[in-house]
Ligand binder design. Structure first.
Ligand code: NDP
Length: 235
């Protein structure tokens, strides 16, 4: 099989970093993006271990200027005719401690910019660099499910992930003609900084499952909402 080119956002820690590890382990070439590459010690160590196969580039997903800068820089990392076979929109933010009566516009806006506008605008900016037939994996959350909303918890997160889900469906429509498959994927309750101390799923298991789901997506699955075990979730 030819080498695949992948790009991961939020790659310096958590689920994003584990994607980078597993993609490198299976032989792919990876562009790992994060806000502060100079401080991304785990990524920089991986780059040393995989010379020429891992590029670490700056990206703030909440800043469209940063998307444009990445799109301009990417051809250098991908090579002249290089195209992305997989885009993992992994970066996300969860502002905990919100409760009714204390929700603020600033936190809603920050969550929307990062979790919803980020994946939509970045995918749009990188669309010319996606290979026909590529996969776009938007790391979502079951907390973005409107059907399953049960209580007033972390509204900025739930609302922004529900909006991200809509963005995934609209991107699926926009890119269908090129055979590009877009999916909203819930990674489980993962043992990362965001998942916290009680999380049940090791990052390695989550990402192994997510990669299996991504690899198994057929064109007709574009615009679907799955979890890391491949179960379809309610919107
Ligand atoms: P972490 O909090 O461990 O990591 C979040 C990552 O997103 C970090 O790399 C962080 O970078 C990055 N990030 C945040 N904001 C930006 C930004 N503006 N620009 C670029 N990068 C940014 O979270 P997880 O790894 O657990 O989460 C990964 C994804 O999985 C998220 O989308 C999350 O919503 C989703 N998810 C996670 C669950 C869990 O249980 N952990 C459950 C359901 C969904 P920095 O270090 O610079 O802050």
């Amino acid at each position: 099989m030819t080498t695949r080119h992948c790009l991961v956002t939020g790659a310096n820690r958590g689920v994003g970093l584990e994607f980078v590890r597993q993609l490198l382990a299976r032989g792919d070439r990876v562009v790992a993006t994060c806000r502060q590459p100079g401080r991304a010690s785990a990524l920089n160590a991986l780059a040393g271990d995989h010379p020429g196969r891992l590029h670490v580039l700056p990206l703030d997903v909440a800043d469209p200027k940063s998307h444009a800068a990445l799109a301009a820089e990417l051809p250098l990392a991908l090579g002249e005719d290089g195209r992305l076979d997989l885009l993992v929109n992994g970066a996300g933010v969860l502002h905990s401690g919100e409760r009714f009566g204390k929700v603020t516009a600033a936190i809603l806006e920050d969550s929307f910019r990062t979790n919803a506008a980020g994946p939509l605008l970045l995918t749009q900016a990188l669309a010319p660099l996606l290979a026909d037939g590529a996969r776009v994996a938007n790391v979502s959350s079951e907390l973005g499910s409107i059907t399953d909303a049960g209580r007033f918890g972390t509204p900025s997160y739930c609302i922004s992930k529900a909006a991200q889900n809509m963005a995934s469906v609209l991107l699926a429509h926009a890119l269908r003609e090129r055979g590009i498959v877009v999916a909203a994927l819930h990674p489980g309750w993962v043992q990362t900084d965001m998942g916290g101390p009680n999380a049940t799923v090791p990052a390695a298991d989550s990402v192994r499952g997510l990669l299996q789901v991504i690899d198994g997506l057929a064109p007709e699955d574009s615009g679907s909402f799955r979890d890391w075990r491949g179960e379809t979730l309610a919107w």
